[in-house]
Design a protein. Sequence first.
Length: 197
Amino acid sequence: MNFKEDQRFQEAIAAFDSLNSKDPNTVEAGGQTLPKELHDSLAMTRWIEKLYPDADEAVHLAARCQHLCRWEVPRNSYPEGRTGYLKWRTDLKKIHAEQSSQVLRSVGYGDEMIEAVQAINLKQGLKTNEDVQQIEDALCLVFLESQFEGYLDKWEEAKVIGILQKTWAKMSDRGHEAALQLPLSDRALALVKKALA
């Protein structure tokens, strides 16, 4: 039986989606208004299925819970600046890993799967753990596809280019190829080309 047909898997996905559907922040996509974290987790799954059709169960679970209930710990609850941002990101990874493990245990997953999903949530072994790399590609593509253009008027060009370069460095060749196929605006595409030059 394919793991996607397993009741445990389906219950975990439903639980993650239910939690993420409580996000008070919304996004417009395909003529629909969706809770942001639900939208992003569905997009994560879409990218995993497109780029890595043979991805394993832990990757599919992690795609749906990577930023589980992120709105509960807003960025502005930490100090401004890079140090505050990095502390927020580090703490969030731990929170997401803990929340996801509670859901997984509640539907009957054992320690081995829970630890595999937590390792992905915590990004342990980026560039060496294939599962983590697959999720990182999906995260970067969701950012580039649905969030990046919204920052172009908020950030100076040098900051945008720096963020693009950091994003690119996290991705695999397969992720790069997909990113270059995204329907970006002329302005965004020009900045991508500058970042990669």
